[in-house]
Design a binder for this molecule. Structure first.
Ligand code: SAM
Ligand code: DTB
Ligand code: SF4
Length: 328
C-alpha cells in the first residue's frame, strides 16, 4: 500500500484500488487511516451532533431498513411536523449536551411547499442563531428549495446514497440512485455542504461496500460529511432479521472512507448501541471523528449521555467546541 499520508485528494478511485485498501491487514489499515486523519484533523477530538425527527413516519418511500416507511408495519407513532419552539428547545438541549451540529430529519419523499417548508426555514434560522451548525434531511428537493435553505443559513443537507448502485434495487424501489445523485447536485449547486454516506450490515458483501465508497469518493468535491451507519434492525421492516455485521467490517469501512476522503468528517452514525467501547475506540482510530449524542437517533436508540461521557473520559477524547459552517 502506498504511503497514504502523501496521497492527493482524488475522485477517480477504481474498485481494485478500493479493494486493496479495504483488505489491507487491519492494523496497517488503521495505522494508515490514522496518519491521514492526523494530517487533516485534530487528534483525540470528536464532533458531537444531535438528531431530531421533526416529522415522523408515514413516508411513501419503501426503504427496506426504515421504521418510518408507510409500507411496513412497525411500532412507530406517527407525528406531524413539529413546531418551531419545540424544535429550538431541543436544539438548546443538544447544545447544552455538547453538540455543535443539530440535524433535523423529516420522513418525506420530497420537501413540501408552503407553510410546512416555511416552518422548516424558521427552524434553520433559529438553530443558526444559537450558533450551531444546522443540518436537514428532508428527502428530494427542488433548486428553489435548496436556494431557500441556503439563504436561511443551512450548513449541510444530508442525503445518503445508502449503498452501491448495484445493490440499491434490493433495498429501495420507489426512487432511483440517479434521483439521489440529482438531489445531491442541487444541494451542491445551492452552496450548501453535502452530508452523504450509507448503511452497512444490510446483507451486502464487501464488493457492495467498495461500490458505495467509490460513489461517495467520485463526488467532486467530496461530501464534507460522510455518515457511516450500521443498520439498526427494526421489527416489521424487510431487514428486521438481518444477521449482525462483524464490527471489524465497520472499522474497515471507516478506515477506507478516511483514506479515500481525507478531509471529510467521517461520522460513526447509527448502530453505536451494538458496539463495545473497544469497537468504538477502533472506529475513532480508523478516522471517525463525529458521533450522534443523546439516547435517540431519529426513531431508534443511541447510547446516551452517561455512556458517552464514560467512553470519552476513558479514551481521553474531547468533544469539539469549534462550530464551523460545515465547510472544510
Ligand atoms: N426521508 C429522508 C431521506 O431518506 O432522504 C430523510 C430521513 S432518513 C431516515 C435519513 C437516513 O437515515 C437514510 O438515508 C438512511 O441512510 C438512514 N437510516 C434510516 N433508517 C436507518 C436504519 N434503520 N439503520 C441505519 N440507518 C438508517
Ligand atoms: C444518517 O446518515 N444517519 C442519521 C442521519 N443521517 C439523519 C439517521 C440515522 C437513523 C437511524 C434509524 C432511526 O433512528 O430511525
Ligand atoms: Fe422515507 Fe427516508 Fe425512511 Fe426512506 S429513509 S422510508 S425516504 S424516511
Amino acid at each position: 500500500m502506498a504511503t497514504t499520508a502523501t496521497l492527493a485528494i482524488r475522485h477517480n478511485w477504481t474498485i481494485e484500488e478500493i479493494e486493496a485498501i479495504y483488505t489491507t491487514p487491519l492494523l496497517e489499515l488503521v495505522f494508515e487511516a490514522q496518519q491521514l486523519h492526523r494530517a487533516h484533523h485534530r487528534a483525540n477530538e470528536v464532533q458531537g451532533c444531535m438528531l431530531l425527527s421533526i416529522k415522523t413516519g408515514g413516508c411513501p418511500e419503501d426503504c427496506g431498513y426504515c421504521s418510518q416507511s408507510a409500507h411496513y408495519d412497525t411500532e412507530l407513532t406517527r407525528r406531524e411536523l413539529m413546531n418551531v419552539d419545540e424544535t429550538l428547545a431541543a436544539a438548546r438541549q443538544a447544545q447544552a449536551a455538547g453538540a455543535t451540529r443539530f440535524c433535523m430529519g423529516a420522513a418525506w419523499r420530497s420537501v413540501p411547499q408552503g407553510a410546512a417548508f416555511a416552518r422548516v426555514l424558521d427552524m434553520v434560522r433559529g438553530v443558526r442563531a444559537l450558533g450551531m451548525e444546522a443540518c436537514c434531511t428532508l428527502g428530494m428537493l427542488t433548486d428553489k428549495q435548496a436556494e431557500a435553505l441556503a439563504e436561511a443559513g443551512l450548513s449541510a443537507y444530508n442525503h445518503n446514497l445508502d449503498t452501491s448502485p448495484e445493490f440499491y434495487g434490493q433495498i429501495i424501489h420507489t426512487r432511483t440512485y440517479q434521483d439521489r445523485l440529482d438531489t445531491l447536485a442541487r444541494v451542491r449547486r445551492a452552496g450548501i455542504t453535502v452530508c452523504c454516506g450509507g448503511i452497512i450490515g444490510m446483507g451486502e458483501d464487501r464488493a457492495v461496500r467498495y461500490g458505495l465508497l467509490q460513489q461517495l469518493a467520485w463526488l467532486n468535491p467530496h461530501p464534507e460529511s460522510v455518515p457511516i451507519n450500521l443498520l439498526m434492525r427494526v421489527d416489521g421492516t424487510p431487514l428486521a432479521d438481518q444477521a449482525a455485521l462483524d464490527p471489524l467490517e465497520l472499522v474497515r469501512t471507516i478506515a477506507t472512507a478516511r483514506i479515500l476522503m481525507p478531509r471529510s468528517m467521517v461520522r460513526l452514525s447509527a448502530g453505536r448501541v451494538s458496539l463495545s467501547e473497544e469497537a468504538q475506540a477502533l472506529c475513532f482510530l480508523a478516522g471517525a471523528n463525529s458521533v450522534f449524542l443523546g439516547d435517540r437517533l431519529l426513531t431508534t436508540p443511541n447510547p446516551g449521555e452517561d455512556a458517552d461521557t464514560r467512553l470519552f473520559a476513558k479514551l481521553g477524547v474531547r468533544l469539539a467546541e469549534k462550530v464551523g459552517d460545515g465547510r472544510q
